[in-house]
Design a protein around this ligand. Structure first.
Ligand SMILES: *Cc1c(COP(=O)(O)O)cnc(C)c1O
Length: 413
């Protein structure tokens, strides 16, 4: 029972099932991990309390202590899916990222990160770390550069794979081994891959972070984050998390718990659809280049094939010279132009005008993110209908018959 636990690392949540579940498949874990053995129903209860009786002096349940029943259920689900000893759940991906980094880094320490990084993480480092006295180096998106940029005071290497928006791949095992030799902690943002496609901790990575706002939620209706790691690092992150207060409420936890039960089937369908769309786009005259790690000519294909069970639901492409990406977005009828990703509905964005808009032009160009680049988050719809929508939108873009209805969305950003 929760109430008699003294420390609440997740495998104590349901003592009867934890070890068995560590040997189960991701599909089965998605459905069954985190079952609270106090619950007499098939699903767990929602316990919204922020005030709890205390039954012994060592157990104080409180939302900002990250130990309330619904928080621990989701933490258990994610720990099992990621193959972690423990995990903490947060109110957003950025809460998980900022608290984790600030628990690992002190003034005088150094962190190495890849250039191709989620915009919020990039901004956190560039805008906040100087004032905190934390040094940082950004490198190209591969394990060799990340390892080569370390210094005697490097404490953390931070990676995202596949990376946004060009889906570059970092070799997780090589990164983990190289970093371990130098006693540097490795942190990987696994938002794009999800634990259905990739489990970095099983490749030796120390900490996995998530923006659960994306695939874990899967329904574009909530904000959530997580950090999955060893029990030792978990305690270090928890110490800071309690102070930073990025905890998530019970109702959101319940929605995430519910979403995770369908994570495996959703992501599998998204990966299948993305693979078909990537191949179809590659054949189109009006498409110049397709970025998808499941395509054999993608530079990260070999590593992706070795460390991912599927290649993910995200892909990017550039239209042929002269075709406007904004016209293309406006011409789509089924696929929705939207900033976020990972939902059951397919969404599309032009990173240069949205997620990477704040980046200086030169840096953006160096990264290969120009205005013709379109990023697609593939949903679970019928793939023929998705392809038909893309084809009709390209045709109308080429013929110049695109209505101007959605342009203000981007003007407003
Ligand atoms: C969205 C996102 C984040 C930030 O998550 P929030 O839930 O918006 O705070 C971090 N990393 C990646 C890869 C993301 O896509």
């Amino acid at each position: 029972m929760f109430t008699s636990a003294t420390a609440f690392h997740c495998s104590k949540l349901s003592t009867g099932i934890d070890m068995k579940h560590h040997q189960r498949s991701q599909e089965t874990l998605s459905v069954h991990a985190g079952k609270d053995d106090r619950s007499i129903g098939v699903v767990n209860a929602i316990e919204p309390s922020s005030a709890f009786h205390y039954f012994d002096e060592q157990t104080q349940l409180y939302p900002r202590y990250f130990n309330t029943p619904n928080q621990r259920i989701v933490a258990e689900q994610l720990a099992q899916l990621e193959g972690a000893e423990a995990s903490l759940v947060f109110a957003s991906g950025m809460a998980a990222i900022s608290t984790t980094l600030l628990s690992l880094l002190a003034p005088g320490d150094h962190i190495v990160l890849q250039e191709a990084l989620y915009g919020g993480t990039d901004a956190l480092v560039r805008r906040e770390f100087d004032a905190l006295g934390i040094e940082y180096t950004f490198t190209d998106c591969n394990e060799r550069e990340l390892l080569a940029a370390t210094k005697p005071n490097t404490k953390v290497i931070y990676a995202e794979t596949p990376a946004n928006p060009l889906l570059e791949i970092v070799d997780l095992q090589a990164l983990a081994e190289g970093a371990r030799r130098k006693q540097i902690i490795t942190v990987v943002d696994n938002t794009f891959a999800t634990p259905i496609c990739q489990t970095p901790i099983r490749s030796g990575i120390d900490i996995v972070l998530h923006s659960g706002t994306k695939y874990l939620s899967g329904h574009s209706d909530l904000s959530f984050g997580a950090a999955c790691t060893s029990e030792l690092l978990y305690k270090r992150i928890l110490d800071k998390a309690v102070l930073h207060g990025g905890n998530v409420n019970a109702l959101t936890c319940y929605l995430i718990e519910r979403s995770i039960k369908t994570l495996a089937v959703r992501v599998q369908r998204q990966c299948e659809n993305a693979t078909q769309i990537a191949h179809a786009l590659s054949e189109m005259d009006s498409v110049e280049k397709v970025y998808y790690p499941g395509l054999k000519r993608h530079p990260g294909y070999e590593i992706a094939a070795s460390q991912m069970s599927q290649f993910g639901g995200m892909l990017s492409f550039t239209l042929a010279e002269g075709l406007s990406s904004q016209d293309f977005l406006q011409a789509l009828e089924l696929i929705t132009p939207a900033m976020s990703l990972g939902g059951v509905e397919s969404t599309v964005t032009v990173p240069a005008l949205t997620s990477h808009k704040a980046m200086p032009d030169e840096q953006r160009r160096e990264l290969g993110i120009h205005e013709g680049l379109v990023r697609l988050s593939v949903g679970i719809e019928n793939v023929s209908e998705l392809l038909a929508d893309i084809t009709q939108a390209i045709d109308r873009t080429r013929s110049g018959s695109v209505p101007k209805r959605r342009v203000q969305v981007f003007d407003a950003l």
